[in-house]
Design a protein around this ligand. Structure first.
Ligand SMILES: *Cc1c(COP(=O)(O)O)cnc(C)c1O
Length: 221
């Protein structure tokens, strides 16, 4: 029997995730698709919600405050994740706005988020971002600093559910994904936020539990 041709970008991405998961002996349902809607208008987001997408990612607090309250009010079951770098002075806004934070990467941010959680009486699950390619100017904590940062995060009351990375551009991502998986293992963490439009199939094969996909769903930015 002929297979149906997936029609929308969302269906295509879902099919690719399912295929990569199957190849790796994993279940597609174990991979959360985070639709990264930064710079995209509300109409594009509502269109994806209408197609059944429920988890979205943004990278700026201000843009999220402008764009999301109305969408949230109309669709209370939608989850919103922060995938971009966060300034410590925006920690309180971030705890109030997001259901998950993927970019916890330094001691000052850990303490700011801990204080914000206490103040607002709300706990937000988070990933610790690792600078997996040891690049200058890149977000993420150094691999060698990871155990200490995780310890500090636990003491501050953060709920760390896993590790996140953005591998260096222009070079095969697989070794970096494998390293993130190993680091998670060593630190007793099970969730992996890794894989973007260009490399999410590889990430799923190597154990990603969250893929963060923008342009493959919404078109180029
Ligand atoms: C923008 C962004 C993404 C999505 O990138 P695409 O290449 O458009 O899929 C994923 N993760 C982070 C941290 C981002 O900033």
């Amino acid at each position: 029997m002929e297979q149906a041709v997936p029609s929308s970008p969302l269906e295509q991405v879902r099919a690719s995730i399912a295929k990569a998961a199957r190849i790796a002996g994993r279940k597609a349902g174990d991979v959360t698709l985070v639709a990264v809607s930064k710079t995209k208008p509300a109409e594009a987001i509502l269109d994806l919600i209408a197609q059944g997408q429920r988890v979205f990612g943004e990278n700026r607090v201000q843009e999220t405050q402008d764009k999301w309250p109305a969408i949230r009010a109309a669709h209370p079951d939608v989850e919103l994740h922060l995938v971009g770098q966060l300034q410590s002075n925006k920690a309180e806004e971030a705890i109030a706005l997001f259901d998950c934070i993927h970019s916890v990467d330094r001691p000052s941010l850990v303490s700011a988020l801990g204080k914000a959680q206490d103040k607002l009486g709300r706990k937000v699950p988070c990933f610790v971002q690792v600078n997996i390619g040891n690049e200058e100017q890149k977000g993420g904590c150094a691999v060698t600093d990871l155990p200490a940062l995780l310890e500090q995060a636990r003491e501050a009351g953060l709920v760390v559910i896993g590790l996140m990375c953005v591998p260096p551009a222009g070079i095969e991502a697989a070794p970096f994904f494998a390293l993130l998986d190993k680091l998670a293992d060593e630190n007793g963490l099970v969730q992996l936020s890794m894989g973007m439009s260009e490399d999410f199939e590889t990430a799923v094969q190597l154990g990603a539990t969250h893929v963060r996909i923008g342009s493959a769903l919404f078109g180029a930015r």
